[in-house]
Design a protein around this ligand. Structure first.
Ligand SMILES: [Zn+2]
Length: 121
């Protein structure tokens, strides 16, 4: 397992994954950022966080959370580690973006699981 993709190419794949999402998930004003360096463990052996959503959600509008700039961060290294080839990278990016944007819309892990957008490999 594991691929190594040029940063520019990876950016294109993230854009392609975003374009493949249903229009209802293509939120405006929600930057999708790529972190090329960090590899954050999930707590389980050899499992790393592929993406994170930062910011308040539609259900959680406390001022403190809202003070955080809304954004989705994609952890390039974790995505690469979980894939055998570019096709798998693209597929996991589609699920990842749907999942993280789902959080922005206020869905919790359980709801996302019901909807079939889980990140567990
Ligand atoms: Zn999640």
């Amino acid at each position: 397992m594991g691929v190594n993709i040029e940063p520019e190419r990876f950016e294109q794949l993230v854009q392609r994954a975003f374009d493949a999402l249903p229009k209802s998930l293509q939120l405006e004003n929600l930057p999708i950022l790529i972190d090329e360096e960090q590899l954050k463990p999930t707590g389980k052996p050899n499992e790393f966080i592929a993406g994170e959503y930062f910011g308040c959600t539609h259900k959680n509008l406390g001022w403190h959370e809202c003070a955080v700039a809304k954004r989705v961060v994609v952890y390039k290294k974790a995505v690469e580690l979980g894939a055998h080839n570019e096709k798998e990278v693209l597929a996991s990016l589609v699920t990842l973006l749907a999942h993280e944007i789902g959080h922005a819309l206020g869905f919790d892990e359980q709801k996302l699981r019901e909807l079939g957008v889980t990140l567990v490999p």
